[in-house]
Write a protein of this length. Structure first.
Length: 302
């Protein structure tokens, strides 16, 4: 059984089995040959390239692009700042150089100025020769001063009394002093309580000095709280423009306090020293602590 005519059946089976074994060995050798060190490196490279391709997703690419753009912007900003700083440093250095040059030029100009010439006319020949030789020039003589010293004015405004003593006036009339118009009849009524003590026609003159100094005052006031030269009623010419732009001049009375000790009251209010205040019809004035009332009134025109 199992043999051919010539009795070779077993030998064929053995040959087939040996062929299968040889094929298996050849396959193993072939596989071992493929897995050489060079092949392993090539396999690793392929694996890395695949991982890189997988990592290059749209999100990752966008993030990397953003990071690179932000880095580029930061670098550009840093460059701009450095450029500005260098520009500012250059400007400051140039300004300092210019200031130093100007100071040097000023010093040279001051040194070039002649010590003799100090404004006015040119120096004389003697003074210029003295400067060139190293000597000091002679100082110019002081000229006479013909300006007003105020002594003559004080002497002219002083009043000599009978005993030989003089009294200096504290008040001088201004340039705009005028007598009131004859049509304007200004009067001063002096009240003591409800009684009229005296009536003064103010239109007779331009200035009325009030006080206790009988030698110089125009309107005496004997109360001890009133100063020797207490106050003045002054008529002044003033101009104003109407609604059409025309100038209208008029003489009006004004009151001024001459820095008195107890002050002056106008309509129950104390006025400032050395300042003109306009007086109007029916104004009431009081001097010092006196109870007398001085009422100024303007008579109606006929």
């Amino acid at each position: 059984m199992g043999r051919d005519e010539h009795g070779h059946g077993d030998t064929r089976r053995r040959r087939d089995h040996d062929d299968d074994d040889n094929r298996r060995r050849d396959g193993r050798e072939h596989r071992s040959r493929r897995r050489s060190p060079g092949d392993d490196d090539h396999h690793r490279r392929r694996h890395r390239s695949r991982e890189r391709r997988r990592s290059r997703t749209p999100d990752s690419t966008s993030k990397s692009g953003r990071d690179s753009s932000s880095r580029h912007r930061d670098r550009s900003h840093d460059r701009d700042r450095q450029h500005r700083r260098t520009g500012d440093d250059r400007k400051h250095s140039s300004r300092r150089r210019q200031d130093g040059d100007r100071e040097e030029d000023r010093g040279k100009a001051v040194s070039r100025v002649s010590p003799v010439r100090r404004g006015g006319p040119l120096p004389s020949q003697e003074a210029s020769f003295a400067v060139t030789q190293g000597d000091e020039p002679e100082k110019p003589k002081e000229k006479a001063n013909f300006g007003n010293t105020g002594l003559l004015a004080a002497a002219s405004n002083s009043v000599t009394q009978a005993d030989g003593s003089s009294v200096t006036l504290k008040y001088h009339e201004p340039s705009e002093a005028r007598k009131p118009s004859p049509r304007d009849q200004w009067k001063l009524y002096i009240f003591k309580g409800e009684d009229i003590v005296d009536t003064v026609d103010l239109s007779a003159r331009s200035c009325w000095l009030i006080g206790r100094e009988m030698a110089v005052v125009d309107l005496p006031a004997e109360h001890p709280s009133i100063s020797k030269q207490h106050a003045v009623i002054q008529f002044r010419y003033t101009e104003r423009r109407n609604e059409f732009g025309d100038k209208i001049g008029k003489v009006k009375p004004y009151l001024i306090d001459l820095e008195s000790a107890n002050g002056t009251m106008l309509n129950n209010g104390k006025i400032q020293d050395s300042r003109y205040l306009e007086l109007r019809d029916k104004d009431m004035v009081q001097f010092g602590q006196s109870t007398r009332e001085y009422v100024i009134m303007l008579a109606p025109r006929e």
